[in-house]
Design a binder for this molecule. Structure first.
Ligand SMILES: Cc1cc2nc3c(=O)[nH]c(=O)nc-3n(C[C@H](O)[C@H](O)[C@H](O)COP(=O)(O)OP(=O)(O)OC[C@H]3O[C@@H](n4cnc5c(N)ncnc54)[C@H](O)[C@@H]3O)c2cc1C
Length: 504
């Protein structure tokens, strides 16, 4: 009889249990029992790893079946080209880093529910992104109820100085519950106390006024804003809760997902369906490809809370309803003085800089000016001057380029004119984008414009998908003709009036 019956354990549990067994014969017996039973590749490997750890696999027990199997199998018995010796060991380590991860602690039979939304505030107001996330969370959890029949809540959580009124605002914008922590020292974001409080709230620990509304261990989902503070907080809180994070997401949906990756299912060739998975879509490769991130971990547990940060402007807030009913809960917790070692003794508001909002027209230049950056900028500025009320904007592509601008145009190339997710958000009557590809991070800063005109040499440029007028052409030729047209009789916005080959 083996010391333990491996069939009674998941691979993860078995791996832990093996740590207590130091006898090579016992381990060999467990190995044989596994072979005779479920014969899981991952379980056999775990036993072999343990044999190696106690120094038995290559030594006196080097001839054991377990030793042989691991020496030839390496997780894929059919692969005859497995590297040997030292290389084999290195390769094997690299091939399964996630499965061997030891630092994640699953909650024993953890219960998870609700969608939590961190509602960031500034100057005594909710940031727009906070209400946008509440709107999306409302939509997702209404859908959740329809799909699964479970009535789970949208829970807003926030902290600050005198923020009870803002917690009530969160209810008006779609939350069922708003948990807030008031302390005058929390007026501004400080990452240590904000992290401690957020994790404390999420775990439902401490002297929360009333816990009647929750009977679970941790939130099922958490959304944070992808702002400077939100990005900082999201990573810290998710790490505190032993979970993962998808950053800078711009779309979310909840669905079941069938997964065949053996790292997640525990067995090669086995499919497993994970339920209620938050699918978190984020732009990658400079915004030209979307990845969908899932927070799934090894067999036996899933990462919880499934969390992400959300790009401002990605979602619509719901219409404010001051009559909406919900529960506002004050959170209480001892805040360690040590968490406030950073003291803000004075603060100042930066000079407003360039404000691109409120103009009738924005002319935005992108990396299409690369052939002659100075000339490109000058052509853009001439078009700006032709309008009564226009301003020049640029893409981040220009801000981060190493173009050498000559003369006064240099001053138009810095970040304060950047339009997009990490720049300004504008919505003029007319937005003229010249040499701009239309990455999603740019799009979120301008797609509310009434009329979008794009000038691009590439007829398949992404910006074409959300432009009202697309002029296929070289901006060095098109911009002067546009300027001429505007100066003579205004902008008719008929593409054929300004360039050949234009179409809608
Ligand atoms: C976290 C994050 C935040 C970001 N925030 C922002 C942001 O706020 N704002 C932003 O803009 N970007 C942002 N970006 C960068 C963004 O992903 C793109 O890389 C950037 O917008 C591309 O700039 P572009 O369109 O000028 O350059 P490119 O993508 O290089 O496009 C240049 C375009 O010009 C066209 N072209 C070339 N020559 C000509 C010519 N002679 N005439 C006409 N057309 C021509 C090309 O066909 C191409 O479509 C961010 C990225 C990340 C990861």
């Amino acid at each position: 009889m083996p010391a333990i019956d491996p069939d009674d354990y998941t691979v993860e549990e078995l791996t832990d249990e093996l740590e207590t067994i130091d006898d090579a014969d016992d381990l060999q017996a467990i190995f044989e029992a596994e072979q005779a039973g479920q014969d899981r590749t991952t379980a056999r490997e775990a036993i072999q790893d343990r044999l190696e750890e106690i120094g038995a696999a290559d030594g006196e027990h080097g001839d054991t079946e377990a030793g042989e199997a691991a020496a030839t199998d390496g997780g894929d018995a059919d692969d005859e080209s497995e590297p040997e010796g030292e290389d084999a060991e290195e390769d094997d380590d690299l091939s399964r880093p996630t499965r061997d991860k030891k630092h994640v602690r699953a909650l024993e039979d953890g219960e998870y529910a609700d969608m939590w939304v961190f509602c960031e505030t500034q100057g005594g107001e909710l940031l727009d992104v906070s209400t946008e996330m509440l709107g999306k969370a409302r939509e997702l959890m209404d859908g959740f109820e329809e799909d699964y029949g479970d009535d789970e809540d949208v829970v807003a959580f926030l902290m600050g100085d005198d923020c009870e009124g803002l917690a009530e605002e969160c209810i008006a914008y779609g939350a069922d519950v708003a948990v807030y922590h008031d302390d005058e020292r929390l007026e501004r974001f400080l990452h240590k106390p904000y992290t401690e409080i957020a994790a404390h709230m999420a775990r439902g620990k401490g002297t929360v006024e009333s816990t009647d509304w929750r009977d679970y261990d941790e939130p099922r989902y958490i959304l944070f804003p992808a702002t400077n503070n939100g990005r900082d907080l999201s990573a810290k809180v998710q790490a505190e809760l032993d979970s993962g994070l998808a950053s800078d997401c711009s779309d979310l949906f909840i669905e079941a997902e069938e997964v065949s990756n053996p790292v997640k299912t525990g067995e090669p060739g086995v499919k497993k369906t994970f339920e209620k998975v938050l699918h978190m879509k984020r732009p990658d490769f400079s915004g030209f490809e979307y990845s969908t991130i899932l927070c799934l971990d090894n067999p036996g547990r899933e990462f919880h809370p499934q969390g992400c940060s959300v790009i401002p402007g990605s979602f619509e807030p719901m219409e404010r309803d001051p009559d909406r009913e919900g529960l506002v809960v004050e959170h209480d917790m001892n805040l360690d003085d040590d968490w406030f070692r950073v003291e803000i003794t004075d603060h100042d508001r930066l000079e407003a800089g360039i404000d691109l909002t409120g103009h009738d027209v924005i002319v935005c230049l992108g990396r299409g000016i690369a052939d002659d950056p100075t000339e490109g900028m000058e052509l853009g500025l001439e078009l700006v001057d032709a309008f009564d009320d226009a301003a020049l904007g640029i893409t981040r592509g220009i801000v981060t380029s190493s173009y050498q601008f000559e003369g006064h145009v240099e001053s138009y190339s810095n970040e304060e004119r950047q339009i997009g997710e990490t720049g300004q958000v504008v919505a003029p009557d007319v937005y003229i984008a010249a040499g701009v590809s239309g990455a999603v991070q740019h799009k979120v800063g301008m797609d509310e414009s009434d009329t979008i005109v794009a000038i691009n040499t590439d007829p398949d440029a992404r910006i074409r998908d959300f432009s009202d007028y697309f002029i296929e052409g070289d901006l060095f030729e098109v911009l002067p003709r546009l300027t001429e047209a505007v100066e003579s009789d205004g902008l008719g916005l008929e593409p054929e009036a300004v360039a050949d080959g234009g179409d809608e």
